[in-house]
Design a protein around this ligand. Structure first.
Ligand code: G3I
Length: 401
């Protein structure tokens, strides 16, 4: 039984990409047509996600596990072909990069930076302060007396090491949780309990001093849907951002993680548009930082799940990309073969999570075509500066040791 990729090569591109795009054929029929008639060139080079996004000055990329770059060459090739910006899924978090109180481990982060530079890609830093992924020594060592000094030293060391080399930093990650009951909606994180609410300003000010160039970002999830909880969270995030602006805390962007759900009762639209409008008034850029779609609640077959997931990609990107302030888009991984969702939200039927633009065999999924068409249809240019020229020649795969 030939694999889909061999079959694609044998049939060649009977339908060129552009004729498919402007054929007026509904997206999902296109994809099935595409599956029968396209050669691999239809989704690389000028037809890659990075190239199609770059036409409106939008870097597109994904979260990466640096160690995997040496182990899975299809993973590496797909990233090179499709991405112009990367973020470490875990390698730049405290647990990985600061494993001992007085020891840092930059191996994973350095490898990612070297790989990205070799392929002319940008890199996002993720993240400088969070309540998760803290190393085991944190609980035993950090207290009210030393917490601020430890946070400042971490940021100075890590952001200082990569100063001038990063597109942006997630300086503070997920600091809002309204249900914790505070009037400001702040999550009662270890940082808040040990330093106080000004830990956020301290983190941003320290990051700016350490790196004058990286776009300093507040990153959060659960602010996409039109539901009462997410409406309350959006209001709390906006209050945080307005307060930071008022205190002249250095901040450049807000990251909307965009972990979406297929089969969700809620929908997104009015609330998210209003949020984008309010963020624009604060003169902040918006990044789609961690997009994926959780299909674990769907009980239909894989083909129908793929259609449902692609429809969410299409609708979400069509909405978000109307806004010129949206200046970067990343998915939380590139292939369903490696998605955090299969561990954290596994399907009850044991089926493969369908969440990302490539399937487990590195073939483009319907979400790939949906995202690509949304990039093609974008009418506005991102407000961000033009992107560095992208080298997507995957034959020159360079993976640092
Ligand atoms: O590296 C250790 C390994 O040494 C150990 O043997 C193994 C077993 O415990 O754990 C490994 O660390 C795991 C790490 O991923 C690397 O694989 C952690 O346990 C595990 O908790 C961690 O999960 C990550 C999670 O963040 C928590 O840091 C997920 O891969 C990652 O996809 C997820 O990403 C987050 C974003 O950073 C923030 N937004 C939400 C998003 C999804 O939760």
């Amino acid at each position: 039984m030939p694999t889909r990729r061999n079959f694609l090569k044998q049939t060649g591109a009977a339908l060129g990409y552009s004729s498919l795009l402007h054929s007026g054929i509904p997206l999902f029929a296109q994809n099935s047509l595409a599956n029968q008639n396209l050669s691999s060139s239809v989704y690389t080079g000028a037809a890659s996600l990075a190239a199609r996004a770059a036409r409106t000055r939008l870097p597109y990329g994904c979260a990466v596990v640096p160690e995997r770059l040496n182990m899975d060459m299809q993973y590496t090739r797909t990233i090179i072909e499709q991405c112009s910006i990367l973020v470490a899924e875990n390698a730049m978090k405290w647990a990985a990069i600061h494993p001992q109180p007085n020891a840092f481990n930059f191996a994973g982060a350095d490898k990612l930076l070297a790989f990205a530079q070799a392929h002319n890609m940008q890199v996002r830093g993720h993240n400088l302060s969070w309540h998760q992924a803290l190393p085991p020594w944190f609980k035993m060592t950090v207290n009210r007396e030393n917490a601020q000094a430890i946070l400042v030293q971490h940021i100075q060391t890590v952001a200082g090491r990569y100063a001038g080399k990063l597109h942006s930093w997630d300086v503070v990650n997920e600091a809002i949780r309204v249900r914790d009951g505070r009037s400001d909606g702040l999550r009662t994180t270890p940082w808040l309990e040990l330093i106080g609410e000004n830990y956020i300003d301290i983190a941003f000010r320290t990051a700016r001093q350490a790196d004058l160039h990286a776009l300093l970002t507040y990153n959060d999830y659960g602010i996409e849907y039109d539901s009462p909880n997410e409406e309350r969270k959006r209001a709390a995030v906006l209050a945080l951002l307005r307060g930071m602006r008022k205190r002249k805390t250095p901040i450049d962007a807000v990251g909307i993680q965009s972990h979406l759900h297929a089969g969700s009762q809620a929908d997104f639209g009015r609330g998210l548009k209003h949020f984008l409008h309010e963020v624009r008034k604060l003169d902040l850029q918006v990044f789609i930082t961690e997009m994926d779609v959780d299909d674990s609640k769907l009980t239909t077959d894989a083909e129908q799940r793929e259609v449902a997931v692609a429809a969410i990609y299409q609708k979400y990107f069509d909405l978000m990309l109307r806004d010129p302030q949206v200046t970067a888009a990343l998915t939380w991984g590139i292939t369903n073969r490696y998605t955090w969702l299969s561990h954290i939200h596994p399907r009850k039927d044991g089926g493969q999570s369908i969440a990302l633009p490539f399937d487990t065999n590195y073939q483009p999924s319907k979400a790939f075509f949906a995202m690509g068409i949304a990039f093609d249809r974008r009418k506005v240019q991102s407000v961000a500066p033009a992107l560095p020229a992208k080298v997507s020649n995957s034959s020159a795969i360079h993976v640092p040791a």
